[in-house]
Design a protein around this ligand. Structure first.
Ligand code: SAM
Length: 281
């Protein structure tokens, strides 16, 4: 039984980092004419209202996209990401936030394909409804994304961006993501894989990036944004990270420009900071 609903958290600091990075990956692959696939193992509901229901309850977006919304000094990559959020907020008021499938759709071309997995029955239905006019470019499956990924690799065009974005409500997800990446590298070593993870005081969250560095990928990049000091009671996320296998060579420079800005604008206390490290080919 899945209890996590992304609607509570849509547009928070973790979504900002995740979707900013995602857009850099898909835009990079779209520079070459050859088609590619976007595979989203944990796709969510697709689009989220910020002015009603779940998002309003916690108001997490106010400390994420809400802090970037009115700024006119955004670094270029961040401005490109915020412009995409404007597509669902045409009158300039921040009322809705798009999920990862939309950021991908808007940065793919006609020849590219989206393969989306979402296990939560209600969220899968919402996702299917919002993409019902998308035609054959988008295939949505209401099934387990880890098994789905395995079945799709290697993808026919031999080019792909894979986003693995579990909620980690099930502690086995830390093991699952590690093994999914390990197996995926065997099936399709050239893929670009992006894994999101939460910064929490629990050991398996803390150890995950160190374990991922030992995977046999040609290159990797690790970026993390910490917005606050870890909570004394060990509850709650104090930041999040993205671990990318086979990243575009341009990504490090882009993030080196953006991350200090994000710390400045999204940081909640003096311990806010970022990590940016990579191993090149
Ligand atoms: N990727 C989305 C985005 O950025 O907009 C957010 C995804 S949310 C963090 C994680 C989602 O994974 C939830 O909607 C949850 O229902 C779903 N989920 C949990 N376990 C899953 C599984 N084994 N396969 C596919 N989806 C799963």
């Amino acid at each position: 039984m899945l209890s996590y609903r992304h609607a509570f958290h849509a547009g928070n600091h973790a979504d900002v980092l995740k979707h900013l990075v995602l857009v850099q990956l898909t835009r990079y692959l779209a520079q070459k004419d050859k088609p590619f696939w976007y595979i989203d193992t944990h796709a969510g509901a697709g689009i989220y209202a910020l002015d009603t229901g779940y998002a309003l309850k916690l108001g997490e977006y106010k400390e994420g996209i809400g802090r970037l919304w009115g700024r006119n000094d955004l670094p270029a990559a961040l401005a490109g990401y915020v412009d995409l959020v404007r597509r669902v907020n045409p009158d300039r008021r921040l009322l809705a936030y798009p999920g990862s499938p939309y950021f991908a759709l808007w940065t793919l071309r006609e020849q590219d394909r989206l393969r989306l997995f979402e296990l939560h029955t209600k969220d899968a239905r919402l996702l299917q409804e919002s993409f019902q006019d998308a035609g054959k470019q988008v295939i949505i499956e209401p099934t387990d994304g880890f098994a789905g990924l395995k079945a799709l690799l290697p993808p026919p065009p031999r080019r792909a961006v894979v986003l693995i974005d579990p909620a980690y409500e099930d502690k086995h997800d830390y093991e699952r993501v590690f093994h999914a990446l390990k197996e995926s590298l065997v099936r399709f070593p050239a893929g670009t894989y992006a894994l999101w993870y939460p910064q929490l005081t629990r050991l398996d969250a803390h150890e995950l990036p160190q374990r991922l560095k030992r995977l046999p990928a040609k290159s990797w990049l690790h970026v993390a944004l910490r917005v606050r000091e870890p909570a004394k009671d060990s509850f709650g996320m104090h930041g999040s990270g993205m671990f990318i296998l086979n990243p575009p060579w341009t990504l490090h420079a882009t993030l080196a420009e953006v991350m200090p800005y994000l710390v400045e604008v999204l940081g909640l206390d003096a311990s806010a900071g970022f990590t940016l490290e990579q191993q090149e080919d």
